[in-house]
Ligand binder design. Sequence first.
Ligand SMILES: *Cc1c(COP(=O)(O)O)cnc(C)c1O
Length: 386
Amino acid sequence: MTSKAEGFSTKAIHAGQSPLQWSHRAVVPPLVMSTTFQQDGPAEFKDFDYGRSGNPMRKVLETCLAALEDGEHCITFSSGLGATTSITSLLETGDHLLAGDDLYGGTNRFIQNCLKKQGITYSFTDMTKVENVINAIQPNTKMVWLETPTNPLMKLINIKDVADSLKSHRQDIILVVDNTFLTCYFQKPLELGADIVIYSLSKYMNGHSDVIMGAAITNKHDLAKRLRFFQNAMGIVPSPFDCFMVNRGLKTLELRMQQHMKNSLAVAKFLESHPCVERVFHPYLPSHPQHELALKQTTGHSGMISFYLKGDERKFLKELKIFTLAESLGGYESLAELPSLMTHASIPEDMRLALGITDKLIRLSVGIETEQDLIADIKQALDACQ
Ligand SMILES: *Cc1c(COP(=O)(O)O)cnc(C)c1O
């Protein structure tokens, strides 16, 4: 399948998956577990030689992911942080990385602990203002890394503005956008000027909370070639079985994202109306300070919400019955967590408080259960925590 004009779910279901590719014509792509492939003569092989370097199922998944993103190249990794390892390996000793100040906890920890050893420096800045990005650029800055919406405060960064002003300053800086929170169904960073889109596929893309995997997608052949080399040379590869699972999860991505959007907006509106809630962050609420940008840059929002509670946070979390107290996000099931003690505990306290990640900030990953049940659950927990 080559046509770019086809709809999102058509691509999710068919891209790279024509049964004509395999002799038995299985409609579901075959899961090939073999780690090695027969050669016609020494170093004469068809598509694959050894499983770390490539595997039929991984190829199917990468083809499908690239099609969904309208990108040229997709390279998958054993986790989102595996993708981060590979992408930051594009940097050399002496280079500088500029990152957003409100990143996923694991990415923040990676930057603060794993880059120093390689002699790469870094700094963080609030990228909601484009001029901050330009002002923070150093002569040796080679990569800019951002997440939008940010986590957990759902601030938006204008990808196109950042990309345009970066490129007008310096052509050699690689712009990386983590699109895990919205997926390519709601936001297309490559079209807005990003060089690389990174995913934790462990979240919405797989959507069933049963696989850890990551991906990098790019239109730049030179970057793709180097990332492909790192995937193999560093050994940060996903298993064929996990590739099968993610490929299966993608089939319902459009349906799931539509339901996450519907449910999260309903929950956000309910939260906003409750006296025990101080403030709610959801980009599709008119009260969100960057609501206009949300409408311009995205076509919807996922299940991610955060809010400041007026009551007792431990009691609220304990009272929830449908929402499960757990880290992670993006599965069909609703989750609730306390970023200050859980997902964002690894961020230094001063930085955390400056960002507003207090003990009263609750983050929800609203799942695809029945809307009324989710609202009733939130209501009884709020009523109980006053
Ligand atoms: C989970 C997550 C990651 C890390 O991905 P893993 O698959 O857990 O390694 C990176 N970025 C964001 C936004 C995430 O939510």
